[in-house]
Write a protein that binds this ligand. Structure first.
Ligand SMILES: [Cu+2]
Length: 112
């Protein structure tokens, strides 16, 4: 009998914990991902991107590059050695290019 009570209490605590996690604002769950520009290419796009996450763009090349969304949702212009950031505000698929080197392309897939 006592075991059953303890089990029920544990179950209630588990439910309370998961409810608290779900109630966290998106910003509290947000993660930061890095995409490096190097040798005239964008590094691999991170997987598991969610609304609220941040992309840090790092230009390790000897050339100026941009990360420019085709849907105009972001446009980061970076001199050699610079970095910049984009916060992902909306879900969806966003293709991006470098405005100076259109052969440099990438794609972000963002879920809610
Ligand atoms: Cu470029």
């Amino acid at each position: 009998m006592e075991t059953a009570v303890l089990t029920r209490r544990a179950a209630l605590l588990a439910i309370a914990a998961s409810t608290a996690a779900a109630a966290l604002p998106a910003a509290a769950r947000a993660r930061t991902h890095t995409i490096v520009m190097e040798k005239m290419r964008f590094g691999p796009s991170p997987t598991g991107l969610r609304v609220g996450d941040t992309i840090v763009w790092v230009n390790r090349d000897l050339f100026r590059h941009t990360a420019t969304a085709r849907n105009r949702s972001f446009d980061v212009d970076l001199a050699p050695g610079e970095s910049g950031r984009t916060i992902l505000r909306t879900p969806g698929t966003v293709d991006y290019i470098c405005r100076f080197h259109p052969g440099m392309t990438g794609r972000l897939i963002v879920v809610t």
